[in-house]
Design a protein around this ligand. Structure first.
Ligand code: NAP
Length: 493
């Protein structure tokens, strides 16, 4: 284990057990170049382990295997595919503790939150194990009565799944689950900062009986060339990407040439709206979750707080009082409630946004103390008096900072809320049902939490509009991203 002097026995054990190679045709192999890349512990900045660093040739070999495995996998009975997903759910549930520890080590979030993510990710496998046997078609009589129109759903074919570091398991699970349920084979490229969780579920899927070649992994330090080489390969039929809007736009352009089917789950800038009639204590509870879950590094994170001016002081004071109870530190410590950010660039970005807001006249009303550490810690802050045009409001913060803006009318609020290019999530707090419905319908987003600060649920359709992308993950519609509808015209004499 390079550089690490202070790993506990259980930390060393999970790191030692996780595969470090590339999964190809059911076996873990080294990169063709022999290169490796280091995976850091964001709470220390030290390298935890080295993993194989895939080349363009390795990516092509993974696609070769996926293409070869595609016909047999598509022909595998849906119940058998579903049983593999179900066993994966069960194994992940049994091993929640080890998987959670691995995730916290590479990503940094508090261990309790990693346990929740493991359960959430496993639930996608359970949900899609059930959906695998529910794919249906239709039968109808043509309007002139001379033929019958029959439709069937077939797998799109080999898929490339590209995932980010912020939810190392769940972002992969909500793509792999429906792809396998539909009968597609997969090459998955996890983020280079957090590949270990993905390697662990790839190993569990293999143990659950996944046939060789159906899943390949290509962890790499060369995301751009590896991903582009696969998009350019005419055998690839589908790309599902979760990550930043900027990279998503570039991948959409590249995919246009081969008309690759696309799902894009991109950045967000969720407004958290507190009306004057809201239950303020409940809104504060939910604000803590919406803002600080995942260290503030969630696409659905509350990015800007719009609070009616009549309750602005009460909300800000109670919210800041809750921040005072936060414990910042290494996520493996059970007492810690806020971990480090993913890297120094993330810390620097948060500092720049806060400094710009303060220079414009905003006030930091509370800031958490930070541990003495070489890790990437960033203070949790409540910031009031923020201008509605400040970059702290218009940019995706991806950190534990809560900027609060006061508003006076519903129209003013809706203008600000919809001014963003992003359209992933929004949260509204009110006891007025008419207002809840009216505002929810007018918000330009894919998901609205009404008196709730958490939206994620495998049974619900997750996705955004505008620059937050297109396509939906989870729910009954999640599998539609991985199937084509074929129509058969049956002559009736
Ligand atoms: P990112 O930089 O776009 O990276 C996402 C993935 O794309 C990683 O696997 C990354 O690989 C890869 N990648 C980076 N540059 C690439 C390129 N030029 N060509 C091909 N692939 C490339 O995003 P991130 O910083 O990891 O994640 C944070 C973003 O994801 C935020 O904007 C967040 O809102 C968004 N997100 C959205 C959702 C959603 O469901 N809407 C969920 C979670 C996160 P490497 O990291 O290995 O270089």
């Amino acid at each position: 284990m390079p550089n690490i002097t202070s790993l506990t026995e259980s930390e060393a054990a999970v790191l030692s057990a996780v595969p470090k190679g590339l999964l190809r045709n059911g076996a873990w192999v080294d990169s063709s170049t022999g290169m490796t890349l280091g995976v850091d512990d964001p709470s220390t900045g030290e390298v935890l382990v080295e993993v194989a660093d895939a080349s363009v040739e390795d990516a092509r070999a993974a696609l070769d295997a996926a293409v070869a495995a595609q016909p047999a996998w598509a022909a595998t009975p849906p119940r058998e595919r579903g049983e593999i997903l179900r066993r994966t759910y069960e194994l992940m549930t049994e091993r929640n503790e080890e998987l959670a520890l691995l995730m916290t080590l590479e990503m940094g979030k508090p261990i309790a939150e990693s346990r929740s993510e493991v359960a959430y990710a496993a639930d996608f496998f359970r949900w899609f194990s059930e959906e695998a046997v529910r794919l249906d078609g239709s039968w109808s009589t043509a309007p002139d009565g001379k033929s019958r129109i029959i439709t069937m759903k077939q797998p799109v074919g080999p898929c490339l799944l590209v995932t980010p570091w912020n939810f190392p398991l769940a972002m992969g699970a909500r793509k792999i689950g429906p792809a396998f349920a539909a009968g597609c084979t997969v090459v998955v490229k996890a983020a280079k900062q957090t590949p270990l969780s993905m390697h662990a579920i790839a190993a569990i899927l293999t143990e659950a009986g996944l046939p060789d070649g159906v899943l390949g992994t290509v962890t790499t330090s060369k995301a751009s060339s590896v991903v582009s080489s696969l998009i350019e390969d005419p055998r690839l039929r589908k790309l599902s990407f979760t990550g930043s809007t900027e990279v998503g736009q570039s991948l959409a352009e590249q995919s246009a040439k081969g008309l690759i089917r696309l799902s894009l789950e991109l950045g967000g800038n969720a407004p958290f709206i507190v009306f004057e009639d809201a239950d303020i204590d409940h809104a504060v509870d939910q604000a803590m979750l919406a803002k600080l879950r995942n260290n503030g590094e969630a696409c659905t994170a509350a990015n800007r707080f719009y609070v009616h001016e009549s309750v602005l002081d009460e909300f800000s004071t109670k919210f800041a009082a809750r921040f005072e109870k936060l414990v910042v530190g290494r996520g493996t410590d059970a007492a810690v409630t806020l971990g480090p950010l993913i890297d120094q660039a993330a810390v620097d970005k948060v500092e720049e946004l806060v400094a710009a807001a303060v220079a414009e006249g905003a006030t930091v009303v509370y800031e958490t103390p930070l541990p003495k550490s070489t890790g990437y810690f960033s203070a949790a802050r409540v910031v009031t008096g923020v201008s509605p045009t400040s970059r702290l409001v218009t940019d995706e913060i991806f950190g534990p900072v809560a900027p609060i803006v006061g508003f006076s009318t519903e129209d003013e609020l809706l203008g600000w809320a919809n001014a963003s290019d992003y359209g992933l999530a929004a949260y509204i707090f009110t006891r007025d049902l008419d207002r809840a419905v009216r505002v929810s319908e007018k918000l330009e987003v894919g998901m609205v939490g009404v008196n709730r600060g958490v939206l994620s649920n495998p049974a619900a359709p997750f996705g955004g509009v505008k620059s937050s992308g297109y396509g939906r993950e989870g729910a009954h519609v999640g599998i539609d991203e991985y199937v084509e509808t074929k129509y058969l015209s049956l002559n009736v004499g």
